[in-house]
Ligand binder design. Structure first.
Ligand code: GLY
Length: 390
């Protein structure tokens, strides 16, 4: 999609953004009964989530959605439901229940940092700092990166993934909160390593990158959920967009700003006519492959965050793109009634098996928790000056 073509598309108006946000809050409200004591499953099936325990990488997104609903409505029922979930996050980090992962930022920024920022909840602060400690402990000195998944001793796990950029704000926050520089130092070191390997010459990105456990030397880029090692997984690219914006927010390092522009330009210029990306950018206009609406929601949040720091003239084309992408999400993907779905954003993809990746088919053309969360965050950003939970 060229910039010229993009500019011919309609943008989401302020009234439309307000109306979409009101609808989204009603959707969250309709889930309060079933999902206050329990969490939601990772993705919907036939449009509907089931109740699930707090043991996946996605649980923070639902709590984050509750905090957004509280902030946007002032309705205490959302605050009470989110606050109740804080205890579960403390137990999870204290008992180490499936915390052998870099996903601690997704989990704890949106649940506990958010709860602490919005209500001063001290249990939330404690849980988030414990999570930051755990995340920091996954840093490998030799390779200078935070390991994505699994045991740190297993040599086959010696790799980083682009998604981790969204987990770095938990570390920046921990430094701000405690005054101890080591959290942010790890975040910066990881980011430097990631950026040195993960962005290709055409500014598409690798999903994951392996290193040699003996020497720390970068070995090869591969994919887990993208189409193939060399393709551009749409969600991976969007993690790059938003991750760079968030690291820029904390560091103001001009290099991150330049990288942000490159990966974002790649994302926008590879959108199809309807402005909803296919799940991998290898697919072109007219493909029958499913979309990944969540990738668009994530990228919009990243663009809106970075536009706060760009001079007006530089921000303008990015802002215009974000408003047009948002219009497409609202028109083509938003859930409009609890009878259709108990989520927010239709047409996401969690993973789709190909001969060249190692994921399984799941959550295809469904809602997923991060798509829901980022959609509501994006609407929030479009309707007020929002203080991020990140
Ligand atoms: N971070 C996992 C995913 O994007 O599916």
């Amino acid at each position: 999609m060229t910039h010229e073509k993009l500019m011919k598309k309609p943008e989401l108006t302020q009234e439309e953004a307000n109306a979409a946000l009101r609808l989204a809050i009603r959707q969250t409200e309709s889930c309060l009964g079933e999902f206050s004591q329990q969490f939601k499953s990772i993705f919907s099936e036939g449009g509907f989530y089931s109740p699930a325990p707090n043991e996946q990488w996605t649980n923070g997104f639902w709590t984050g959605e509750l905090w957004l609903a509280y902030e946007n409505s002032g309705d205490d029922r959302f605050r009470e439901a989110a606050a109740k979930q804080i205890d579960s996050f403390l137990t999870r980090i204290e008992t180490g229940n499936r915390t052998d992962t870099h996903d601690l930022g997704f989990l704890y920024s949106l649940s506990c940092v958010a709860g602490y920022k919005l209500t001063g909840n001290q249990t939330a602060r404690k849980a988030a700092l414990l999570a930051a400690d755990r995340l920091k402990s996954r840093f490998h000195q030799k390779g200078r990166f935070i390991q994505a998944w699994g045991s740190l001793e297993n040599r086959n796990n010696y790799r980083l993934i682009i998604d981790c950029l969204l987990n770095l704000p938990l570390l920046y926050w921990a430094t701000e909160e405690t005054g101890l520089p080591e959290y942010a130092d790890v975040a910066r070191a990881h980011l430097e390593t990631a950026l040195s390997v993960i962005i290709r010459p055409d500014y598409s990105t690798y999903h994951t990158y392996y290193f040699d456990p003996d020497t720390g030397i970068p070995l090869r880029g591969v994919t887990h959920q993208g189409y193939s090692a060399d393709s551009a997984w749409a969600r991976g690219q969007s993690w790059g967009v938003y991750g760079l914006a968030l690291s820029y927010r904390y560091t103001k390092d001009p290099k991150y700003l330049e990288d942000f522009k490159h990966v974002t330009d790649y994302f926008i210029s590879h959108l199809p006519e309807n402005l909803i990306p296919y799940w991998d950018f290898i697919f072109e206009e007219g493909s029958e492959e499913p979309w990944d609406s969540s990738a668009s929601a994530i990228a919009i949040c990243g663009i809106l965050e970075m536009c706060k720091y760009l001079p007006e003239a530089e921000a303008a084309p990015y802002l215009a793109a974000a408003k047009r992408m948002m219009k497409a999400l609202v028109d083509l993907c938003a859930v409009t009634s609890p009878e259709i779905s108990n989520g927010q954003l239709l047409h996401g993809v969690y993973g789709k098996k190909t001969p060249y990746n190692d994921c399984i088919d799941h959550g295809i053309d469904e809602c997923n928790l991060w798509g829901d969360y980022y959609y509501v965050e994006a609407l929030t950003r479009m309707t007020k000056d929002w203080n991020p939970y990140w």
